[in-house]
Design a binder for this molecule. Structure first.
Ligand code: SF4
Ligand code: ZN
Ligand code: ZN
Length: 304
């Protein structure tokens, strides 16, 4: 199969556009979309900026750090810091932490790490031990978002960049529809507001399907561990993933359509700002409710 843009051999068929691309044109197509998202989601200007990149050590966040370093490290007045959360999941997170550390060393990027054990006195493994019926991801997601924000606030970051790809974004939108949760839909990243007590979350891989992130990682020597979180099977998003993948297979472009639909819905609302936030009545962290999701989940666990 030949590249649609030159005479070289194609390495990837873009099913949703009908094009076939060689390594050079795949890379160009990939990087162009990420640059465009960085430009549209962040106001970099000329004043000094601190950019925190959420680095788990998995392929998405590693590709993101690689790209942010490639595009922005030479920029004047720009500080890039990798922020990593250790959820305390043996046999998984410890391996990814090692990959994250190595990537930071290779790129010369400063890294800050904070663990659930230090922040909450409890790891995800311990939560599961205490309450085997719990869905670990329901605790892990909100805890990770809080810890990420604490890390980003701690380095005075203007933005926090997350390795959320197109598939992740479409799945989150789809789950919000299934749950009828419009308020969560409005709060989905990317955020456009200025920094207050929550650092705006930016998602430069938003237009890139997961498969393309994987190919880019291989082409750029970004190591992947191929280990899965042991609790992955209990994640509710698996159902959304399966449904969207089935539709994408039958009707290429469905994932993009769901993502654009979410963008349009979000665009009809004003930016959700810090004025909508309160302090959690238990832990004092910013929340849109009375209790933050972390405290709500821990409370349910104690009662059960
Ligand atoms: Fe956390 Fe669930 Fe992801 Fe595992 S699969 S890291 S428990 S969110
Ligand atoms: Zn080509
Ligand atoms: Zn709380």
């Amino acid at each position: 199969m030949q590249c649609s843009l030159c005479e070289d051999k194609a390495i990837y068929e873009v099913r949703y556009s009908g094009a076939s691309l060689c390594e050079y044109h795949f890379t160009e197509f990939f990087e162009k979309r990420v640059k465009r998202e960085i430009k549209s989601q962040m106001r970099l200007g000329n004043s000094p900026k601190t950019i925190a990149v959420a680095l788990s050590g998995g392929k998405d966040s590693s590709v993101l750090l690689h790209l942010v370093h490639k595009f922005l490290s030479k920029r004047k007045n720009t500080r890039i810091i990798a922020v990593t959360v250790d959820e305390g999941i043996q046999g998984y997170r410890n391996l990814e932490l090692e990959s994250a550390r190595k990537l930071c060393n290779r790129l010369g990027v400063e890294q800050k790490i904070l663990s659930f054990a230090d922040e909450y006195g409890l790891t995800i493994d311990e939560i599961v031990q205490k309450d085997p019926a719990t869905i670990p991801c329901a605790h892990c997601g909100p805890m990770r978002r809080q810890v990420m924000n604490t890390l980003a606030m701690g380095v005075d970051a203007d933005y926090i960049l997350l390795g959320i790809n197109l598939d992740d974004y479409a799945q989150s939108a789809f789950m919000n529809v299934i749950r009828g949760d419009l308020s969560r839909m409005k709060r989905m990243a990317p955020h456009t507001g200025m920094r207050g007590v929550l650092v705006p979350r930016v998602i430069p891989l938003k237009q890139i399907p997961e498969k393309e992130v994987m190919i880019y990682a291989v082409l750029n020597g970004i190591k992947q561990n191929h280990v899965w979180c042991p609790y992955y099977g209990k994640a509710q998003r698996n159902e959304a993933r399966d449904m969207i993948n089935l539709l994408e297979d039958k009707h290429p472009g469905t994932t993009h359509s769901i993502a654009s639909f979410a963008d349009e819905i979000k665009g009809t609302f004003n930016a959700v700002g810090d004025m909508d936030l309160h302090e959690c009545s238990r832990c004092g962290k910013p929340t849109y409710g009375v209790l933050c999701s972390v405290c709500q989940n821990l409370e349910k666990m104690i009662k059960s």
